[in-house]
Design a protein around this ligand. Structure first.
Ligand SMILES: Cc1ncc(COP(=O)(O)O)c(C=O)c1O
Length: 386
């Protein structure tokens, strides 16, 4: 048999998956590993889908997505941020933000084009870029700077081949959020060098301190930004697989071309449920977000108490403490913690080289479980000191 593509072969499997294959074989593990809400989808949302199935809504939709959902998204952003996205040609419904990211890369990249990608970052970004023929240029960020990327490092990384800057705040895995000044500086750099901005704002609603800054609202950002969001996190709808991209009619048309030939349309069931989420799901989603806010304080306190330095994450549902003081690498720490104390976390280097020395702890799990996990982590660390 002829070999599998070089690009695919040389891309390592996700550091998260590798780890969770082990976890799934073990008993009584407390998992702080998954990046998925522990809540079920609010019932009113699921029920709306059941009703629509009973009425026979089981068919393909427009390639762009149902008009109902696109109108609801357009109205939502108009009302919330004053953003004008024409539902007819500036919004594309995708199979999660995952698909939006993939087709955005394929729509804008020529072979060898570079995308600047602050790290630590979501595990899919780099593979998406390389699968689309591009080159990911990683920009590190560190705990000392609260994991905020330094605009000067972005500026220094720009070459003739740079096509876009990829940003995602609140950040998976660090929970970092960004302030207006810093984001405006990044937008100004993009403008100066005529670059696209790809902004994955899937955790926007999970911003606990202050207001989330939505990139396309910044001066000079709207025309060059491919803005992405979805229903997986804020509405606990990971399995429904609905996300969306908003942008200029030109870029949305380009993305739609790929979507049309490869996906056809996002699942109608998910689209129906997403309309209900947009129209009537806000309060349910707020209740879940408030609970994440409470858990955030419990986990950070517990980690610090156990002896791991951890900055208070401003958003998402992850804490990213340092394990450097234990003298273990993040892989050693995570593996030993799993086998010795049955707590699953994700080694920070799964999110980029500069994540070495950290672990990602998700607090999308109950306070009771978080408290037990913190006791186990404290015990694990005290044993290391003996
Ligand atoms: C930053 C970020 N973007 C995108 C995704 C994927 O989201 P979706 O379920 O909409 O494909 C995730 C999932 O963990 C994520 O953390």
């Amino acid at each position: 048999m002829k070999p599998i593509s070089d690009v695919v072969q040389t891309t390592p499997p996700s550091g998260i998956r590798k780890f969770f294959d082990i976890v799934s074989q073990m008993q009584d593990v407390i998992s702080l590993g998954v990046g998925e809400p522990d809540f079920d989808t609010p019932w009113r949302i699921s029920e709306s889908c059941i009703f629509s199935l009973e009425r026979g809504r089981t068919h393909y939709t427009s390639n762009f997505g149902t008009p109902e959902l696109r109108k609801a998204i357009s109205d939502y952003w108009q009302e919330r941020e004053g953003l004008e996205y024409n539902w007819e040609n500036q919004i594309l419904i995708t199979v999660g933000v995952s698909e939006a990211m993939d087709i955005a890369m394929r729509a804008i990249l020529n072979p060898g084009d570079e995308i600047i990608c602050p790290e630590p970052c979501y595990v899919s970004y780099k593979p998406c870029i390389t699968f689309a023929g591009g080159v990911a240029v990683a920009i590190p960020s560190y705990m000392e700077d609260e994991f905020r990327v330094t605009p000067d490092l972005i500026r220094a990384a720009i070459t003739k081949k740079t096509k876009a800057i990829l940003i995602s705040y609140p950040c998976n895995p660090t929970g970092a959020t960004a302030n207006r000044e810093m984001l405006q500086e990044i937008v100004d750099i993009a403008k100066e060098h005529d670059l696209w901005i790809i902004s994955d704002e899937i955790y926007d609603r999970m911003t606990y301190d202050g207001k989330h800054i939505c990139i396309p609202t910044l001066t000079g950002a709207y025309d060059r930004t491919i803005f992405m969001n979805g229903f997986s996190k804020a509405y606990a709808m990971t399995g429904w697989r609905i996300g969306y991209a908003c942008g200029s009619a030109e870029v949305i048309e380009a993305m739609m071309k790929i979507h049309q030939y490869t996906i056809l349309c996002a699942p109608i069931m998910g689209q129906v449920a997403a309309v209900e989420a947009m129209k009537n799901g806000y309060a349910d989603s707020e209740a879940m977000i408030e609970e994440y806010g409470r858990r955030r304080r419990v986990i950070v306190k517990g980690l610090n108490h156990a002896g791991l330095k951890c900055v208070m994450p401003g958003g998402a549902f992850y804490a990213f403490p340092s394990v450097k003081d234990t003298g273990l690498t993040c892989d050693e720490f995570s593996e030993r913690l799993l086998y010795e104390e049955k707590v699953a976390v994700v080694p920070g280097n799964a999110f980029g080289e500069c994540g070495e020395g950290h672990i990602r702890c998700s607090y999308a799990t109950s306070i009771e479980k978080i408290e037990i996990a913190m006791e186990r982590i404290a015990r694990f660390i005290s044993k290391l000191k003996v």
